[in-house]
Every structure is written in C-alpha cells, then in structure tokens.
Design a protein around this ligand. Structure first.
Ligand code: KG4
Ligand code: ZN
Length: 353
C-alpha cells in the first residue's frame, strides 16, 4: 500500500511516500539553523517554519516518488509527543488531505516511529557478526530510543505492543549533548558538534561519572551534565580566568574558550565516552534481563559513531544482533512514520479525524 507520512513534531518538516516498508521519497526540511543562536529549539519559530515549508515539502515528496495523491491509500501523521504548535501543523495538513481525497488517517506515536526506522527497506544495517545471514529486524526486540526529547528502553513485542523498561528521569541523552555543547561553545545541535570535536581526542574516564548501575534500567544525565559544568568551572578557576562568584552556566560558557581548543576537545571526548558507556551498558543489561537476542536503536543520538561502535562490540561479545538505522533515518523523518502507519493499518488499527 502507498502511504504518505507526515512528521512535524519538532524542528524537521518531513513528508515521505512509502510502499509498505520501502521508501519512495523522504523529503526533510529543517529549521535547525534558525534555532542555533538560541542553543535549543524555539517552539514558535519551529511551528511557523512548518507552516511556511510544509506545502513545498509535500510537493517534493510527491514529485520525488512519482506517486500522485490519488494513489495514496493511507496518511500517517505524528500526533504525539512533540511541540504542540508544531504537531498541529502536520495534523492539520493530514486532516485536510484526508478529507479532500477521502483517504484514511493513522495517528502515530513519534517514539514508536523511531523504533520502526530499523524496518524500513535499506533503513537498517547489520553491524553485529551474530546477525549475519539474517539481516531483517523482526519482533520481539529490545528498543532503545535516544533523541533530543527522549531516552527510553522498551521490549517491543509487536507493532502495537511496547513494554517500557526504563526511561530518563531528567535530561534526554540528546538534550545532555546539546546543553554540554552550549557550555563548551560548540554550537547547536550539540551531538554532531561534540562528536566532531571529540574525534581522536584524549578520553579521561576519571573526570566524569559515566558509569551507572546496570541493574536499574532508568537513566539520569543531569548529574553528568553538572559534573561537566563543575569541571569546566574548576579549570577556569585554576587558570585564574573565573572568580569565585560566577557560577551560572551562561557566565561560565562565555569564558570556556579560554581553556583552548585542545582541552575543550578532550572534555567533549570524555563526556561523549561517559554518555555512550551508560547507554551501551543499559541496553545490554536490558537484553540480558529480557532474554532478548535482538537490539534496535532509534533517534538522533543513535547516529553517534562512538555509540554505534561501542554497541557493535558489546553486542558481538554477548551474542546479540544489533540493528542500527541508516544515519539519515536516525533523525526525525516521515519515512519511519509512514512505515509504522502501514504496519498498524494492516494490523487492523483505524483512526478517525
Ligand atoms: O531524533 P531527533 O532528530 O529529534 C528528537 O526527536 O528529539 O534527535 C535530535 C537530537 C539532538 O539532541 C542532537 O544533538 C542529537 O539528536 N544528535 C546527536 C548526533 N546527531 C544528532 N547526538 C550525538 N551524536 C550525534 N551524531
Ligand atoms: Zn525524534
């Protein structure tokens, strides 16, 4: 079946056309450049951008796929969770198209869609030796969603059957990357910037408490983020660049560049090491606890090369097959929304306007 997927939950305006799990077009336009100066997504700017660009993105997806609206069998749209104003733009577009073309609608959960990315054709690549010869992701599996808004572990038993194993109590992993990058003056979004700067740099495992209990499958990144703040503050004090009374993150961020390029890169590398170690440990622990031999990732942070390498090594050691979406499908996109829509429709789920 031909599905039109619509994704506008945050700062990416995306529309895709799929034929079941095969991606025919996946058009993405991002407002990320408009949020850079603020170091984070400004909801009002994001929703205005969606309004301005969604028609253009739709045209591009339809032209790129060669499938006209008259051939679309289902419209799948992200309706939760996300920025309310942004979600509304995608939902309004979906309802208008549904009404005009008498096309059924499917309401999609963004987190579940991230976990579906591994099913999209050419959307998953096997990294673990244990998976050779059986490349397709199938249920059940342990799913780790790591994005700017979410860090959660699930047992996924079916397309509509998710058991939450653990989640973050404070910052999401991507949010921690973004906030630490802001402190280090590395720009936004922080994940790719930290990854770039950390490449080939010295990791000091002692400075950040990246290790955590693998018995508890919940996450917490605020302590790690604070320890980066205190480390930077203390280094600035050691160098007599910061006086004792300035402790706020924005005051410290204004002075961070005084540490020099190399030291900032080493801090970025040590922070990245800590986050990726926590995510890897918990994901492996979840597989072991659930007796699961398949692990699938989704969300922006799963594009991180260090995380992909660590997970690849640890899953091989533990006889687990690892499913990593292609990097373009880790970030927000409508192809994963359309794919999940088709699967839910086939399972019998129906939604009204
Ligand atoms: O899934 P996504 O596009 O949007 C949400 O649903 O939140 O994820 C965006 C997040 C941002 O926090 C960004 O810094 C992070 O993913 N991210 C990365 C990388 N690429 C994007 N984090 C670490 N390493 C990366 N290469
Ligand atoms: Zn996302």
């Amino acid at each position: 079946m031909y599905v039109l997927g619509i994704e506008t939950s945050c700062d990416e305006t995306s529309i895709a056309v799929t034929s079941d799990n095969k991606i025919l077009a996946n058009s993405v336009s991002s407002s990320v450049h408009l949020h850079r100066d603020f170091g984070g997504v400004i909801p009002e700017i994001a929703s205005r951008y969606h309004v301005e660009y969604i028609n253009h993105v739709l045209k591009k997806a339809l032209t790129g796929s060669g499938i006209g609206l008259n051939k679309i069998d289902l419209i799948a749209v992200t309706t939760r969770p996300g920025l309310m104003g942004s979600l509304l733009v995608g939902a309004a577009m979906a309802e208008a198209l549904s009404l005009a073309g008498n096309i059924p609608l499917m309401s999609i959960d963004h987190i579940h869609a991230h976990l579906y990315a591994g099913f999209m054709k050419n959307g998953a690549s096997i990294k673990s030796k244990a998976g050779r010869g059986k490349p397709d992701l199938r249920f059940p599996f342990v799913g780790l969603v790591v994005s700017g808004g979410h860090t959660s572990l699930f047992t996924v038993n079916g397309v509509d059957d998710y058991k939450l194993l653990g989640r973050t109590f404070d910052d999401a992993a991507g949010e921690a990357f973004d906030k630490v990058a802001k402190l280090l003056n590395l720009g936004y979004p922080g994940g790719p910037e930290i990854e770039k700067r950390a490449s080939g740099c010295k990791v000091n495992k002692k400075i950040f408490p990246g290790r955590s209990s693998s018995e508890d499958l919940n996450f917490s990144f605020s302590g790690l983020k604070t320890s980066v703040l205190y480390y930077v503050r203390n280094r600035l004090r050691d160098k007599h660049i910061l006086s004792g009374d300035k402790n706020k993150p924005d005051q410290i961020a204004r002075l961070t560049n005084n540490l020099g390029h190399k030291e900032i890169n080493d801090i970025a590398a040590s922070f990245q090491e800590a986050v990726t170690e926590i995510l890897t440990e918990k994901a492996i622990a979840a597989c072991q606890r659930e007796g699961m031999r398949r692990l699938a990732l989704g969300g922006g942070v799963s594009a991180n090369t260090q995380l992909r390498k660590k997970l690849s090594a640890r899953t091989v050691q533990n006889g687990i097959r690892l499913y990593l979406p292609q990097k373009r499908l880790c970030l927000d996109n409508a192809a994963m929304v359309a794919g999940l829509g088709a699967a839910l429709y086939k399972k019998g789920r129906r939604c009204g306007l």
